[in-house]
Design a protein around this ligand. Structure first.
Ligand SMILES: Cc1ncc(COP(=O)(O)O)c(C=O)c1O
Length: 383
């Protein structure tokens, strides 16, 4: 049977990984500055993560949410401690799209309203409401078309105010990434996030912070939205949460009350996923990875700003993007084929860096040497 051919593939077959590196089937070592779409948070195959999953596997891998699973409470309590979102409630699920789908559904249940504000260049996932709130008509099937979503320009406080003025009692929620990832590493202005918070407070709408890519310590704060000094009503989390084990979650403010049957999933919150997620938080705490993300991220951005052909270096922590001029449009592929470095891309000409939060300064230097050697057409130094 053939695989359904929906993914454009890079010409590499990866067979093993450790820390910030992966190895191809021919033995070539690659520096991973992309973490498989921002998923690798504590480093590939971290020994504590492997051990915790192995230990759990020997106890029990799965039972459904029809019984008490204490490991879910253990995860909730560590998550609330590290995120600082005291008294929030946790709903566990399996992917970023599912987390956003549940967040928007919950906002609609809670408010009894039908409209969601989303922003230009957003990405929230590929399931029904999540894809409708994603600003990419190419991935919207006719069946996903809905008038429930109002798109506004990103970082435009006037447009936001105008929309709330005209639709005040209809808006169930505003959903926004703290830093748009797929959209090209565009940072939400602190004042824009505060303005969303105020409009939601005044109108009774909920603020949903899509933290699937920018959350979980990636920017140096647990949530990128924390930089604005506000709390959202709902946070969605996925990618870095399991370091590659599929697990996602929705953090829900205490004023939003649950009802039996309101949300649900078969696999979400299974003990194996919880063990992986707990291992991630334990390593983040014990190895101070949020501080590392800030230190190494700031260093990388400062050094990249010194490279004349790279424009508008931007981001926070280890969520970094920069524009490349048209003549460097092949940079991502050249970084991979010639210097053995994985990076990401956003259309039309943005390079995205989303490495493990454990990236060391030495590894950051390896990346900088690689990019400089390419840009100056020098032979690549040994790594
Ligand atoms: C901000 C954001 N939200 C949601 C998603 C969807 O996550 P998933 O692919 O796990 O469904 C993504 C995936 O890239 C994302 O970047």
């Amino acid at each position: 049977m053939k695989l359904f051919d929906v993914y454009p593939l890079q010409p590499v077959t990866i067979t093993r990984a450790a820390g910030s590196f992966v190895w191809g089937d021919d033995g070539t070592r690659y520096l991973d500055m992309y973490g498989g779409h921002a998923v690798i948070s504590i480093g590939h195959t971290h020994p504590h993560w492997v051990k915790r999953i192995e230990d759990q596997l020997e106890k029990i891998a799965f039972y459904s949410n029809s019984v008490h699973l204490p490991i879910q409470e253990e995860l909730a309590s560590l998550l609330l401690h590290i995120s600082g979102k005291k008294n929030y409630q946790l709903f566990l699920c399996n992917s970023g799209a599912e987390a956003n789908e549940n967040a928007m559904k919950l906002a609609s249940f809670h408010t009894g309203r039908k409209k969601i504000i989303a922003f230009r260049h957003s990405f929230h996932g590929r399931t029904s409401l999540a894809v409708a709130a994603t600003d990419n008509p190419a991935i919207l099937a006719p069946v996903n078309v809905t008038d429930a979503i109002i798109f506004l320009p990103f970082n435009d406080e006037e447009a936001l105010a105008e929309c709330f003025k005209n639709n005040r009692d209809e808006i169930a929620a505003v959903i926004t990434e703290g830093i748009q990832g797929v959209g090209g590493i565009r940072v939400a202005a602190d004042s824009f996030l505060r303005s969303i918070r105020e409009h939601c407070d005044q109108s009774g709408a909920l603020m949903i912070a899509d933290s699937v890519q920018c959350g979980y310590g990636r920017t140096g704060n647990f949530f990128a939205h924390d930089y604005a000094g506000i709390s959202a009503d709902i946070y969605t989390m996925a990618k870095g949460m399991g370091n590659g084990f599929p697990v996602a979650g929705v953090l829900i403010a205490p004023h939003i009350k649950p009802k039996h049957g309101m949300l649900g999933t078969t696999f979400g919150g299974n003990p194996l996923a919880c063990a992986a997620a707990l291992a991630v938080l334990e390593v983040m705490r014990d190895e101070n990875l949020m501080v590392n993300a800030t230190t190494v991220g700031n260093y990388l951005m400062e050094q990249l700003r010194g490279i004349p052909s790279l424009q508008q270096v931007r981001g926070r922590g280890l969520m970094i993007g920069f524009d490349v001029p048209a003549e460097l449009s092949g940079l991502k592929n050249e970084l991979l084929s010639q210097t053995h470095v994985f990076t990401g891309e956003a259309k039309p000409s943005v390079i995205r860096l989303l490495p493990p939060l454990s990236l060391s300064l030495r590894e950051a230097d390896m990346f900088l040497q690689a990019i400089q050697s390419l840009l100056s057409n020098q032979p690549q130094p040994e790594n």
